[in-house]
Every structure is written in C-alpha cells, then in structure tokens.
Design a binder for this molecule. Sequence first.
Ligand code: FES
Ligand code: FE2
Length: 450
Amino acid sequence: MAVSADPSSTQLAPILRKTPEPPWDQALIPKERYLSAEVMRLEWERMWRRVWLYAGPLSDLAAVGDYFTFEIGPESVLVVRTAPDRVQAMYNVCQHRGRRIRQQGCGFARAFTCPYHRWRYSLEGRLVSAPDADFDFPQANPVAAGLCLPQVRCEVFEGLVFVNFDQRAEALAEYLTRDVMEHLHSYRWGAEFRINLDWTVAWPCNWKIGVDSFNELYHLQGIHPELMDMSDDTPAACPLDFYGRHSRFIYRVGVPGPRWDDAMARARGYRDANQITAGVRLMLKGLGLEPRPQWEGRVKELRPVLIAAARERANRQGIDTSGLVDDQLLDDFHYFLFPNITLNISAHHFWLFRHRPHPTDPERMLWDFQQFVRVRPGQAAPPRPPHENYVIGDGHEARFPHIALAQDEAQAEELQCGMRSAGFRGLYLAHQERRIRYFHRVLEEYLAQP
Ligand code: FES
Ligand SMILES: [Fe+2]
C-alpha cells in the first residue's frame, strides 16, 4: 500500500505527502472548557465570530431568489443568491424591532418581508418599503435613511457556501490553505456531488465532544468491532497531517490491520484472521467481485485487487478518476476543517459532520450530518432531501447509513456526564489522538486574542 513508501518523499502524489509534525506538549486538556458558560461566551466572541463557517450547499441556491438560513450559536444568517453569479449573506434580523425575518430552512423569495410590521427588504438586504415610512419616523424615514440587513462575508468553495462574521477576515482560500483546497478539489465536488441526506441531531454534550469524537481512530477497537476485519486503524498505518488550522488522517480501508488477529477473528466466528469475512465479502461485492479460491487465507494481500476493481468500476460508471491516487479510491480521507467540520471522503460519496454549539447551553450541541453522493455524467441529481431533526433515542439511530455513526453518537452523553465528575480532571491524550490536541491548541490561540 502507498503508505509504505517514504511519506515525506516528493515522489509521492502531493495529497499523500506527510506534513511536518508540530511540536507537542503533554498537558491535560482541561475539562472546564466542556462545561463553562464563560468559555462558551469567549468562544463566541473570539472564535466563532472570526472564522469561516460552512453554511450550506450551493445546490440549494440554484436560482436568483433561492435562500437558506444558517443557524450558529445565537445568530441566524440569511444566505441568498442575489444574482446569477452572486451569493450574499446577511444577518437574518429585521432592523425595525429585531424580529427574525425568515424561519429556519430554505426557500425562494422575490424580497424579504418581515412578518411583523411588513418592512420589506430587497434580496440584497436593502430596506425598500415600510408602512408609514414617509411621515411617522421622527428620526428619519428608514427607507430614505438606507437601512439594510448587515452583511456577512460569504464565499463558495467546491459547492459549499462559507460565511464569516468578521469583515476583516482573510479570504476563504487563505483560511483553508492551498493544500486542503487542492486535496478536496481532486474529488470534483463542486461539479459532481449533490446532497442526498440532511439531518440534525441534538446531542446532550458540548460541541467540542462532537469534534473530538471524530478526530481520532483510537476508539475504533473500542466501539466499532464491525470495522476491524476490513480496515487498519493502527497508528503505523494511518498518517496524520496538519495544514494551517486544519488536520487530516487517512483511514485505511480494504485490509484488516494487526489488531485483527486470530483470537479476534475466532471471537467473531472465523477460523483465523486470514479468512474472507462477511465484511470483506460485502466490500468485494460492492466492487463487482466474487471471492476467488486463491484469495482464501490471503485476505491481507487483497488491497491491490480492491484498488484496481474500484478504479475499473468507477471508469465503467463514467467517473473521471484521473485526478485521484489509488488510496483515494479505497481509503477514507478524513479532514477536520477548523472549527467544526469533519469530512469523511471517499471517491463516490462523502459525509460532512458539522458540530454546532447550542445557542445558550454549553452542555448541548447540534450535530449536523449531511451525505453527498457523486452524480455521474448524464445522471439525474437526487432530489433535495428534506432536513430532518432528531434527538438521541428517538429511533433515528437505526436509519444511519452505517452502524458506526450510532456507536459514535451513543458516547456523547456519557462523555458529557464524565466532564461533570469531580473524579475527572481533563483529557489524557494518546499521541495518536494528537489531532484533538491540535484542534484545542488552535482554539486556545483564538481565545487568547482579545
Ligand atoms: S420587527 Fe420587522 S417589521 Fe417590525
Ligand atoms: Fe467512530
């Protein structure tokens, strides 16, 4: 597998090159930051209001007048296509008495009329009419005075709309870094991927528990036994990389790692660790392959076969894979975009998790789960899925596209309970969990800037 080559070699495809390791410290990550209202307030003032935030898919803004709202902490933002080549964002709050102009969701508007006293704003957010405007406002006619919905910075990358409350913020490209942009661009998201699942689940924990949960592979052997026969989660196999504020691991799929030994295989009903398991069989089937007798007992050597099959299948489907290296066809390229986006990327689909803080409670969060699938040339895009809201325990768990997501989600409340315990001081991290440390370090840097 490609990881066995020298990962710092310039001979490797750029997406596989190892980034330098930042210097590491060993301090506990203090648990107070998962509990404290004061930390929550600081995060809002010093971090959330200064970073680029994924707001929603550009495909929701196909026509002029299409809009969606984006809720983050105490704010709601209106994101609108105001011209064929322009998307704008503005605070979703009427300048009269402060009513929220549009309810959460997406839709189409020719203008935005506030439902309370009928102040009417253009798509761009300029107040164009207000009842009695011309005679009853002693401080000046609000229309003539040029009242507007305050603008929010807005940029698009690969079919994803980002916003930033800070008018002085660096450009999105600079924020994301050239490396991350090039890596993500290789999948051709903007041109070929469409959303087909859109959930929000209320999690009873701080938003950083959501982030942390997906920033390490150490828990795979703990809570995802179903993955052990078909993936290598060990630190030696899964490189970690750091790009600006962001990070990545490559999660190796298609071959079991050393944790999948004879004892573990026997516990799952197999003769030994080299047998072709139901999970591997399923993967083969997905790639259009039937298990061959010569593969029996050699399951750890199947990776090249799987990669070739994945590329062949993609080409058969008319997908241009020329920009993807072999590893991208099989592995989960797993990016964390600071502060709150987790991406699980494979050649045919990707998952986007967005971890949002609750508007007022540091011990609650909103976990957004969006799935995007590749729409092959000539194929109709899937219909825009409805946005669905869930709470833990309401039965949605059985409808996750993979059982691992329910297993991850089940940790949230238990982790938050532990944060409240006098018997716990803070996170005692393994080296392989250093993406969590890196995330907290970047966050700390924001919180230190008045
Ligand atoms: S609050 Fe919007 S028109 Fe009065
Ligand atoms: Fe997990």
